[in-house]
Design a protein around this ligand. Structure first.
Ligand code: TXA
Ligand code: MG
Length: 561
């Protein structure tokens, strides 16, 4: 095994060596060997496409199913008549426009192309790759190079020579290192043996570009994963679970903000996340691989396989992936992600808006919640959920009883006063109780939120941020107020002395804490609750408009998160 050629980018003064290396690769190929070659899409595992023995070695090295045909790589349209029959004029129109480039055309084959290459089909895939080194190698070898992607069968494709070495070291005769692939997803496969032409695999050449040139094309069902049980895709390779990391993948579609929020709702510490750059900050506790900005599909295509590959070195037990829309390169990127997920796809709900409210006592959270109700919103009262669970969940009761023996009365009801005394002023005991409650409460609230119909909701939870319930929210809102106002409000509300009111405030977290941890802030400096409610209504109306806008377009990221 030899690494034959290094990155094109530092070729100054090395022209001789490049030529030597091209010759070396061409020689191995002519003599029936296997050489991994760079292309603009992904690395290919090349062999002489006219030599059955050499082609068989490809299947062995990759562990590829025998019924999956290979693409022949050529240097231009002038090679088509050598290997293809009944070539329609449109093939030349396409080749002239898009070759060299990420387009594979399926045409009737001539008998010179062996069954081993086409897996017995009477058609053959042909493409002219856009990489100067590989074009030189094919030209010098003088033979069409059969080359599937250079990964072990079932694994994500290779976009660097390093990836190839990872999968193929010791199994093949050489790797030609041509730098990282500039496109990053495989070629678009278009079947020209039918009318209208049919897209068999979305790829590096957007379908819109094809249609602009040749008009309507059909899309094979295998691309969207809607094949019925037992139905065969036209490109045999499309039927395999593919590009798959070891951990199971769930793809979440929808506007980027909505899919990010949906993933944030679902992740645990052992989850891995593939997301757009803008949303990485939502996943501080998770292993994250970013795809690039949500609006930059070219970068996403370059990174998608690397992201999928990267998780294999880590211990994540599940992977969630954001997915671009289907336009342009998005169709190919989404297809690779969905295939990696075995088409396990979740549609992020974009019509449900969830706000999370928190803040210090006396700041006006209750009035703010009323304002949300006035706008037609429904309140999810987490304290009420907790009390229901105390009645219904034996597991929760047992967990509490284990750490706090004796807090349940004979009749099975929780003695709240006793539990309160146990945790009051004992920080570690309170933390233990919170651990238990959060562990049960969060999944329950998550389950309930997941079943809610479209509409506006507000989560009312004392420990919104500490419990992790904030992850369910489109926006978290800190309700804050000047300390002097809060002192007066608490005195009036709870009928207590000023000194005691100040003591209670000082025992709590500060406005600054909530301000720094929430997405946005609603300050209550109004003289009366009515006045504040009016202000709050206006505030939430604007906030909701912003969230709706974001869900529609998905481009904007969250403000302060
Ligand atoms: O970008 C690419 O196309 C890369 C680089 C190396 O050129 N190659 C590549 O090859 O992706 P591979 O083998 O990983 O994928 C080829 C796909 C498979 O799904 C295969 O079933 C399909 O093309 N295919 C090949 N010949 C075909 C034919 N005659 N009819 C229908 N599908 C065919
Ligand atoms: Mg492949």
């Amino acid at each position: 095994m030899q690494t034959i050629y290094y990155d094109l980018r530092d070729t100054k003064g090395q022209q001789k060596r490049i030529e030597d290396n091209i010759s070396a690769a061409a020689k191995i190929l002519r003599e029936g060997g296997l050489v991994a070659i760079p292309t603009e899409t992904v690395y290919g595992l090349g062999a002489n496409g006219l030599d059955p023995k050499a082609v068989n070695r490809i299947f062995e090295a990759k562990g590829r199913p025998q019924d999956n045909p290979l693409i022949l790589h050529v240097t231009g349209p002038q090679w088509l008549p050598r290997y293809c029959a009944d070539i329609p004029p449109i093939a030349y129109v396409l080749a002239r426009k898009f070759w060299p480039g990420p387009l594979t055309m399926i045409l009737k084959r001539k008998s010179i192309v062996p069954d081993e290459t086409t897996a017995g089909l009477d058609t053959v895939g042909v493409r002219c790759p856009n990489h100067p080194v590989t074009l030189s190698i094919i030209r010098e070898a003088g033979i069409p190079i059969a080359a599937p992607s250079a990964n072990t069968s079932g694994r994500p494709s290779c976009t660097t020579a390093q990836d190839v070495l990872e999968d193929m070291n010791g199994k093949i005769d050489g790797v030609v290192d041509g730098g990282p692939c500039t496109v990053g997803v495989e070629s678009t496969i278009l079947d020209l043996t039918c009318e209208p032409p049919r897209l068999l695999r979305p790829g590096g050449l957007p379908m819109e570009d094809l249609e602009r040139l040749i008009g309507h094309i059909d899309v094979d069902k295998a691309i969207t994963g809607t094949l019925a049980e037992g139905e065969k895709p036209k490109a045999p390779g499309m039927k395999y679970r593919h590009y798959a990391p070891k951990a199971p993948v769930t793809v979440v579609t929808g506007a980027p903000a909505a899919s990010a929020a949906e993933i944030a709702r679902r992740v645990s510490a052992a989850s891995g996340v593939i997301c757009f750059d803008e949303y990485a900050h939502l996943f501080k506790g998770q292993e994250v691989h970013t795809l690039g900005p949500s609006a930059d599909k070219q970068t996403q295509a370059q990174r998608v396989f690397d992201a999928l590959r990267s998780f294999d070195e880590s211990g994540v037990t599940e992977i969630y992936a954001q997915c671009p829309d289907n336009r342009g390169l998005g169709l190919a990127i989404g297809n690779r992600l969905k295939k990696a997920a075995g088409f396990h796809v979740v549609q992020a709900d974009s019509q449900r808006i969830i706000l999370g409210l928190t803040g210090c006592t006396g700041a006006g959270k209750t009035s703010a919640l009323r304002a949300i109700q006035a706008l037609g919103g429904e309140i999810i009262d987490c304290d009420a959920v907790y009390h229901e669970m105390l009645e219904q969940s034996e597991d929760l009761r047992n967990a509490i009883n284990e750490k706090f023996p004796g807090v349940f009365s004979e009749d099975g009801s929780l003695n709240h006063r006793k539990l309160g005394e146990e945790v009051f002023a004992k920080k570690d005991r309170l933390a233990q109780l919170n651990d238990i409650v959060f562990r049960f409460l969060v999944p329950e609230v998550e389950r309930r939120v997941g079943r809610l119909p479209d509409g506006l909701y507000a989560i009312d939870a004392i420990n919104l941020l500490e419990s992790g319930l904030n992850r369910l929210c489109d926006r978290t809102v800190a309700v804050t107020a000047p300390v002097e106002l809060r002192v007066r409000r608490i005195m009036a509300r709870d009928n207590i002395t000023e000194q005691y009111a100040r003591l209670r405030i000082s025992a709590q977290k500060s406005d600054e804490y909530y301000r720094s941890k929430c997405d946005c802030e609603l300050t209550n400096a109004a003289d009366t609750p009515e006045e504040f409610r009016k202000e709050a209504e206006l505030y939430f109306r604007r906030l909701i408009e912003g969230v709706e806008e974001e869900k529609r377009h998905g481009a904007a990221s969250r403000q302060n998160g």
